[in-house]
Design a protein around this ligand. Structure first.
Ligand SMILES: *Cc1c(COP(=O)(O)O)cnc(C)c1O
Length: 388
């Protein structure tokens, strides 16, 4: 055979029985079959064997099964990011004429999708107060297909009464989905609390190092599995096995990262709540934070993201200066990585609330807690001297 042909059909390949602690990165679009009768392109690779890279290589499915294992799910779909996970949940449950409910405190792009793409498809999404509790029953209509929960809510950190919402949805046509990113899928046991679908931005604590984007959609039962699979396939939500390999590495240290940021964030939140410049600290584990009682009842811990509001009278430019002058806290969106981040939300919209550029969200990373406190202290001291 010509050398050109031999490059493509080698006579010898390396042994395949290498055993490593790391999951190999399997790249591949085409999957080889032993004979024609085995050719299929089923998305149900767990049951039917590998068919096509789009539905995941062994690296992807390994990540999926690890997430499914710790969330206690029937199955987990790995998708390109948290936002793709949100889209998959909407499109699996809603069609033209459907109604869905989403809390005011949901992740911004979730609400943006509700107002944008979904409205154009004839799906009506109605926002509700995250602390609505049993009154959600009055909002459920004959065509309500989906109720979103996100707990705690993005930026304003309201912890929802999920069991009560699940109860209200029972025996209606509505499924309950939760964005469980803040708890990393571990500090709130979504399925034990009755939800149908739990999604996460793996970008955050599972990835853990601000260098990948992935999402997961975990389903409770066979019925949801059968509903989600075809939509996942039709949308072609392929992910990179390299990113999945990084996420698998992230899982190995997630427990100690979470333990550290929990302790550090709590200490910083408690310190902040004693500062004269601060009006409120929005941290689910602090008494007085919205939905704190729900957190105490339903969660096994807290993570490293929370917010605080400076006192009225402190002008937005002073808050902006404070953010700009922090040295350890970097300025940036997303969270869950090893670096601490701070960001102010100048035009955050929440009905009946005017934060007017006074709300700051922090992501606590792995720096030494006292150094982070010193960083904040310097900036708050300046605000106090100038504006109080
Ligand atoms: C970041 C985030 C998402 C979106 O995740 P991406 O991977 O960035 O698309 C969804 N929900 C919550 C709560 C998030 O914080």
């Amino acid at each position: 055979m010509d050398w050109r042909t031999r490059l493509l059909s080698p006579a010898n390949r390396s042994r395949r029985d290498y055993q490593s602690l790391a999951t190999p990165v399997y790249r591949g679009s085409t999957v080889l079959f032993d004979n024609q009768s085995q050719v299929n392109d089923s998305w149900q690779q767990t049951e039917n064997g590998y068919s096509y890279g789009l539905y995941g290589t062994p690296t992807t499915l390994e990540l999926a099964s690890r997430i499914a294992e710790f969330e206690d799910a029937r199955h987990t779909f790995i998708v390109p990011g948290g936002q793709a996970a949100i889209a998959l949940v909407y499109l699996a449950y809603c069609k033209a004429g459907s109604h869905a409910l989403v809390p005011h405190s949901a992740y911004g792009p979730n609400k943006e999708m509700a107002e944008g793409l979904l409205r154009g498809l004839g799906i009506e999404v109605q926002a509700y107060d995250p602390l609505i509790g049993e009154d959600i029953a009055a909002l459920i209509r004959h065509n309500t297909a989906l109720i979103w929960c996100e707990s705690p809510g993005s930026v304003t950190m309201e912890v929802q009464d999920v069991p009560t919402i699940v109860n209200a949805a029972r025996n209606t046509g509505a499924a309950v989905a939760i964005d469980n990113t803040w708890s990393a899928g571990v500090m709130f046991d979504a399925f034990a609390h009755g939800v149908d679908v739990s999604m996460q931005a793996l970008t955050k604590y599972v990835g853990g190092h601000s260098d990948l984007l992935l999402g997961s959609v975990s389903v409770r039962d066979d019925q949801a599995y059968a509903k989600f699979g075809p939509v996942y396939r039709q949308l072609g939500l392929a992910v990179s096995p390299d990113d999945c390999s990084l996420a698998l590495r992230g899982l190995q240290t997630m427990a100690i990262r979470l333990d550290h940021v929990e302790r550090s964030a709590l200490k910083i939140a408690q310190w902040l709540s004693q500062q004269q410049t601060i009006e409120t600290v929005l941290h689910p584990a602090l008494p007085g934070s919205p939905g704190h009682d729900n957190w105490r009842r339903d969660f096994t811990g807290s993570s490293g993201v929370f917010s605080f509001i400076v006192k009225t009278g402190i002008p937005p430019h002073a808050v902006e200066k404070f953010i700009n002058e922090l040295s350890l806290f970097k300025i940036g969106l997303s969270w869950g990585g090893v670096n601490s981040l701070a960001v102010v939300y100048p035009d955050l919209e929440r009905p009946g609330k005017d934060y007017g550029g006074r709300l700051v969200r922090l992501n606590i990373g792995l720096e030494t807690t006292d150094d982070l406190i010193s960083d904040l202290h310097t900036g708050l001291q300046e605000i106090q001297e100038t504006h109080l």
